[in-house]
Write a protein that binds this ligand. Structure first.
Ligand code: 8X3
Length: 256
């Protein structure tokens, strides 16, 4: 059966911004391809989406660091799932707050391979099809961390700086096509982000948001949907989105 609805592929969709995008786009009538590492979480998300929106959901369970699996998974999508209109490169993470010269090299690899090479490989396998179909929008989740380094964030900030360069470079490479590229740069968003950074230490993770009303994953999904639903001649290149109490990555007003 031909898939008539527009298709969105979301990486890292089992939590946070990715999961909020899955709900938002399914609610708007999109067919959704969900990528993530945890098959049980993907199945649960699929069930909820189908129940709530009777939507079409296809699961792509793999780690985006696994380039060959990513290539095969995209290439072997069923025919009615191949015409991806929107790619949301969301999967990404931060580990630790050590100084640059103290970070465990294994953590460099996890952050660089996920946040940079993961985006590169999914983009590499999805964009040629978009060009052939003459339609597509690549939405990368960058960060305020890509605008300037901050203490304890050296490697993560470098990866998000790379996301900006990759988004700008891709926009240049696609300027003679109908495709669009958007870099979404959130500040503080309350998701698993800080819990992962502090390796499960909830007290430290909660302290990041103390006295602040942070953004929610849903706030970011709304912004992403706004960029995705803009008229075809409008390319929202970048959005820096912060809580009202945040001015820069390090200037935050905390209420007692
Ligand atoms: C998330 C924002 O400032 O915590 O990317 O790095 S920040």
């Amino acid at each position: 059966m031909e898939n008539k609805k527009k298709i969105v592929l979301i990486t890292g969709s089992t939590s946070g911004i990715g999961e909020a995008c899955a709900y938002k786009f399914a609610a708007q009538g999109f067919s959704v391809i969900l990528n993530g590492r945890d098959i049980r979480k993907l199945e649960a998300l699929k069930q909820n989406l189908v129940k709530k929106y009777t939507g079409d959901v296809f699961l792509l369970p793999f780690d985006i660091r696994d380039r060959e699996t990513a290539r095969k998974a995209i290439r072997e999508l069923p025919e009615n799932w191949q015409a991806i209109s929107i790619l949301i490169n969301n999967a990404g993470l931060v580990l630790g707050i050590e100084k640059e010269f103290e970070v465990n090299p294994d953590d460099w690899d996890i952050m660089i391979d996920t946040n940079i090479k993961g985006i590169l490989s999914i983009t590499r396998w999805v964009v040629p099809g978009m060009i052939a179909r003459g339609e597509g929008h690549i939405i990368n989740i960058g960060s305020i961390a890509g605008d300037a380094a901050y203490p304890g964030g050296s490697i993560y900030c470098a990866t998000k700086s790379a996301v900006k360069a990759l988004s700008d470079g891709l926009r240049i490479d696609l300027v003679d096509t109908p495709l669009r590229v958007t870099n979404i740069k959130p500040g503080m968003v309350e998701t698993h982000f800080s819990l992962t950074r502090y390796r499960g230490d909830k007290e430290k993770a909660d302290a990041v948001y103390a006295g602040v009303k942070p953004l929610t994953a849903e706030d970011i999904a709304e912004t992403i949907y706004f960029a995705a639903s803009a008229p075809p001649h409008v390319q929202i290149a970048e959005v820096l989105i912060l809580p009202n109490q945040q001015a820069t990555a390090t200037v935050v007003h905390r209420k007692a």
